[in-house]
Design a protein around this ligand. Structure first.
Ligand SMILES: O=P(O)(O)OC[C@H]1O[C@H](O)[C@H](O)[C@@H](O)[C@@H]1O
Length: 433
């Protein structure tokens, strides 16, 4: 959609002044909405609110007759196959990376799982023209009821589905997209997942080869291991910012504007945006960067198959336990005293912050942009307010179940008097030891 506002090609009625996508994104089928794009990128909350207010005003003042007239004028709608333009751009990018070879992925077996979202095109329109075999690809047909699994690379069953497809087909690589292809992830030939921190590590390795020393902007729930990988192994800088793809993208743009070079803004959710691609979180383009690596490594005789990718993340320290608990705030609870749940959430966070200050086992992260992040017992936790929901997500990473429980207990103790907070998930963890 966004690319149609940049393409210069009259036969495709481009550049378009704006583009609108109807999508539920990674959410369930009954939560469809609109995404708006102009040549400046995807619109944020403020712009969308403005558009909706203007639309409401227009509706208020329009007569039934004028409405019917504008519906008759629908005949001016023209259809163009814009996907052909978009996919040929992706194909060209991989060819270029491999020194203009026509079929740089010849012989590679790559399976795609589109989860019945919109990403099925990637098999026939991107991988096959590049010479890859795509048999065993699954759920390529769009079906808004998502009958197979939720199309979301953060979802366990979605990742299990693509991993199984890779192993069953003895494929070199697996690629998975979310519904509207703004998130993606991959799986190597041994079934190792490239999602969350590992996907960020992989993309950071690729980007830091191209732009040594550059800053990688990520969301707040990234691991400590990722920071040392980016900074010590790759020689880059890790700027751990807030959750939310728009937040990380806007932060990377801001850093560049104040003279700090950044080429990659990426979330553990699988949203990743590159400066070279107009800061669009385009999951297909993210996978193209990985394909470029495969294709160029083979063209240069540096081995074939996904080992090239696996080698790039070698040295990334990974926690033995990584979990996210989502503690709900009951918006109607009397403890809120009729106030906004966000205010209540902030009170919880402040209380947790105060309570850890005197604990010698714990250390508050000196630089942190949302919620409270604390190191201790060889791991860390982050408690923050959800971007959208009346929820306080709690992320814990530790080297053992016991240490994860110790971190959980710290939070449980600190929030015990907040009666509007549903801590049952936390109790389950702390009672598990
Ligand atoms: O704050 P949370 O509820 O965890 O949700 C945060 C997530 O919301 C949406 O899914 C956005 O697409 C993501 O960019 C963001 O990370």
């Amino acid at each position: 959609m966004f690319n149609s506002t940049l393409t210069e090609d009259e036969s495709f009625l481009c550049p378009a002044d704006g583009a609108i996508m109807i999508t539920a994104s990674h959410l369930p089928y009954n939560r469809n909405g609109f995404k708006f794009f102009t040549s400046d990128g995807g619109l944020g909350k403020v712009d969308i609110k403005d558009i909706l207010e203007r639309a409401a005003n227009i509706y208020k003042n329009v007569s039934d007759e004028n409405l019917r007239k504008s519906q008759r004028e629908k005949s001016s709608i023209k259809k163009v196959d814009y996907m052909a333009v978009y996919t040929s751009g992706l194909v060209k990018a991989v060819r270029r990376a491999a020194g203009d070879l026509e079929k740089p992925l010849e012989g590679f077996h790559i399976v795609v799982d589109a989860g019945n979202g919109a990403g099925g095109f990637f098999a026939a329109k991107v991988l096959e023209p590049l010479g890859a075999i795509t048999s065993g690809s699954q759920f390529l047909e769009p079906d808004g009821m998502f009958p197979n699994h939720i199309p979301n690379p953060e979802d366990k069953s979605a990742m299990e589905a693509i991993t199984k497809a890779v192993l069953d087909n003895k494929a070199d690589l697996g690629i998975i997209f979310d519904t509207d292809v703004d998130r993606s992830a991959a799986v190597d030939s041994t079934g190792r997942e490239f999602n969350r921190n590992r996907l960020i590590a992989l993309l950071s390795a690729i980007i830091l080869e191209e732009h040594p020393g550059t800053t990688i902007v990520t969301d707040s729930v990234t691991s400590d291991g990722l920071t040392s990988f980016i900074e010590k192994k790759l020689g880059g800088k890790h700027h751990r910012f807030k959750r939310g793809y728009k937040n990380v993208i806007d932060e990377a743009i801001r850093l560049n504007s104040v003279g700090e070079e950044s080429h990659l803004a990426i979330e553990t959710s699988g949203h990743g945006a590159l400066k070279e691609n107009h800061w669009l979180d385009d999951g297909a383009y993210l996978m193209v960067k990985i394909l470029n690596k495969l294709a160029s490594a083979r063209a240069a005789g540096k081995g074939s198959g996904s080992k090239v990718l696996t080698d790039l993340v070698e040295g990334l320290e990974e926690p033995r336990v990584a979990l996210e608990l989502r503690l709900k705030i009951d918006k109607n609870h009397s403890d809120l005293e009729g106030r906004d749940f966000r205010e209540y959430g902030e009170r919880v966070l402040q209380h947790v912050t105060n309570s850890i200050e005197t604990n010698p086992d714990l250390q508050k992260a000196p630089v942190n942009f949302e919620g409270i992040r604390v190191s201790g017992f060889g791991g860390w936790f982050l408690l923050r307010l959800s971007l959208h929901d009346p929820v306080l997500p709690l992320n814990i990473e530790a080297q053992s179940e016991d240490d994860a429980v110790k971190l959980g207990l710290v939070v449980a103790k600190a929030v015990k008097d907040f009666n509007a907070l549903d801590t049952s998930a936390l109790s389950k963890l702390t009672n598990s030891s």
